[in-house]
Design a protein around this ligand. Structure first.
Ligand SMILES: Cc1cc2nc3c(=O)[nH]c(=O)nc-3n(C[C@H](O)[C@H](O)[C@H](O)COP(=O)(O)OP(=O)(O)OC[C@H]3O[C@@H](n4cnc5c(N)ncnc54)[C@H](O)[C@@H]3O)c2cc1C
Length: 455
């Protein structure tokens, strides 16, 4: 067995582990950092991400967290000639409600007093200053939120949307990035600072004066000693915690997506990432509905489905691919390498998405052959907030439970983790994202009663 020593061992080379290694390695303290993973970097959950980001959340803590992450992504974009392909056409949240009071209350709550000043309403007859998302460039995009309730603007600026849509909230600090590019940028920088990747699975952790990690690969065994352990094991974050004798309040929930070539041009290439907020009963034909209802395994598809189905153009203005997703599964499961992709999902998600974008109905029963169907696990806490900070074991830290926001939250997670490790000043919201929040019963009670912002 080989023996090695590093100052900091990061377990997991997904986007979260790489971001932790990156911000830890940037420190003037010049630590020796190793990232350990049996798989190639960025190849598990991080490869399944829709790669969208937003600062729209039902709670100001999550707004502050993703704003911080976006600041850091912008800094990397500036430093790297936008290697991470950061765009900013926003999120368009559509509802058929003309007076979505609860939604607007949540919007104000999420942005807090400071953000409320950047919420602009465009009603019929108002002199509208609404700027559509004509450009994908993040540097020139407006900030804040536009609430659009003027049908003329809706039809002009969202031409493919269902004509019954009465309100669109256009979240402006939102868009997409290439997570793979961000990951490889950070890994290159870690390597340039002397950091390394060790191929193998951590199967044992013991603690005496420092930690000893047993790392097993197909043809090698390594005994790695280290002063600091960062648990960034994605869906296995709970298993790695168990190696330390700890239990984390996380579950894994499988989610799927499809991407396909929009050969019929159903989606406007300038459309922001669009979400149908309204629940629906899928518009099956009477015959399809009868067949589905007959089988207890598929009967649920004939019943009410939740909102939040989403769709966006992929590959820029000149491309023709689109991505569609719907995180309707809420049942936790044990992660398995052979992903439980449901062969019916592409048809289900397409039918659902064609409610907001009726042009997609052209694909009913005849999805294009160039289609990719993929998925991964949302590793999440009940309240859908991440876990970033010290574990109970001295010297061990967790960076996990990034649910459906790990690509957008990776930079903030890495930067917060580095500050916890080095004892540097933390932003006000950091404690609420660590395990310490479970001591705040009032906060936890309010989070469990509120909307969790899962998309
Ligand atoms: C369908 C889908 C769509 C999504 N869309 C978005 C989106 O639009 N925007 C967004 O921000 N986020 C999105 N996400 C969420 C995002 O992809 C995840 O939050 C993020 O990728 C999690 O990264 P991670 O590094 O924690 O986990 P992973 O990428 O899973 O990495 C964890 C790594 O740890 C390694 N590991 C595990 N156990 C061990 C061990 N014992 N020893 C060594 N290594 C170990 C694994 O091999 C793996 O490589 C989406 C997720 C899914 C599933």
């Amino acid at each position: 067995m080989k023996s090695q020593h590093v100052d900091i061992a990061v377990i997991g080379a997904g986007i979260v582990g790489l971001a932790c290694a990156y911000y830890l390695a940037l420190s003037k303290r010049t630590p020796k950092v190793a990232v350990i993973d049996p798989l190639p970097p960025m190849s598990l959950t991080s490869a399944a991400s829709g790669e969208n980001y937003r600062n729209w959340w039902p709670h100001p803590v999550m707004t502050a967290f993703t704003d911080f992450s976006t600041d850091l992504m912008e800094a990397i974009s500036n430093e790297s000639d936008n290697r991470l392909h950061m765009t900013r056409r926003g999120y368009a949240l559509a509802t058929r409600q003309a007076n979505p009071d609860e939604l607007l209350r949540q919007l104000h709550e999420g942005y807090g007093a400071e953000g409320a000043g950047k919420i602009r309403t465009h009603r019929k007859g108002s002199r509208s200053s609404y700027r559509p998302a004509a450009s994908a460039e993040w540097q020139s995009a407006p900030d804040g939120v536009d609430i659009i309730q003027d049908r003329d603007i809706l039809q002009r600026c969202f031409p493919t949307f269902d004509r019954d849509v009465a309100t669109v909230l256009h979240i402006r600090r939102a868009g997409d990035i290439s997570g793979q590019q961000l990951g490889s940028f950070m890994l290159e920088r870690v390597r340039a600072k002397g950091g390394k990747v060790i191929r193998g699975r951590v199967v044992e952790i013991s603690r005496t004066q420092n930690f000893t990690l047993k790392v097993v690969d197909e043809d090698s065994r390594t005994s790695l000693t280290t002063d600091i352990v960062v648990n960034a094991a994605g869906p296995s974050v709970g298993d790695v915690a168990a190696l330390l004798g700890e239990k984390l309040p996380v579950v894994n929930v499988f989610q799927q997506k499809i991407a396909f070539e929009d050969v019929r041009g159903a989606i406007d290439r300038q459309m922001p990432f669009s979400i149908d907020l309204d629940g629906q009963a899928i518009d099956w034909t009477a015959q399809e509905r009868a067949v589905l209802a007959e089988d207890p395994a598929s009967e649920w598809l004939t019943k009410a489905m939740p909102g939040a189905i989403h769709c966006r153009p992929e590959g820029g203005d000149r491309g023709n691919w689109i991505k569609v997703g719907w995180a309707f599964n809420t049942t936790p499961s044990v992660p398995v390498p052979d992903l439980p992709l449901d062969a019916n999902f592409p048809e289900i998600v397409l039918r659902g998405a064609s409610r907001l974008n009726p042009g997609l109905k052209a694909y009913n029963g005849r999805l294009p052959s160039r289609l990719s169907h993929y998925g991964g696990y949302y590793t999440m806490t009940k309240e859908n907030w991440p876990l970033i900070g010290p574990m109970n074991t001295d010297g061990a830290y967790v960076a996990g439970a990034l649910s459906g926001f790990g690509t957008m939250g990776a930079c903030a997670t890495g930067a917060l983790c580095a500050r916890w490790v080095y004892g540097d000043a933390l932003p006000a919201f950091a404690r609420s994202l660590s395990l310490a929040r479970y001591d705040d019963k009032t906060l936890m009670q309010s989070l469990l009663e509120g909307d969790t912002g899962v998309l």
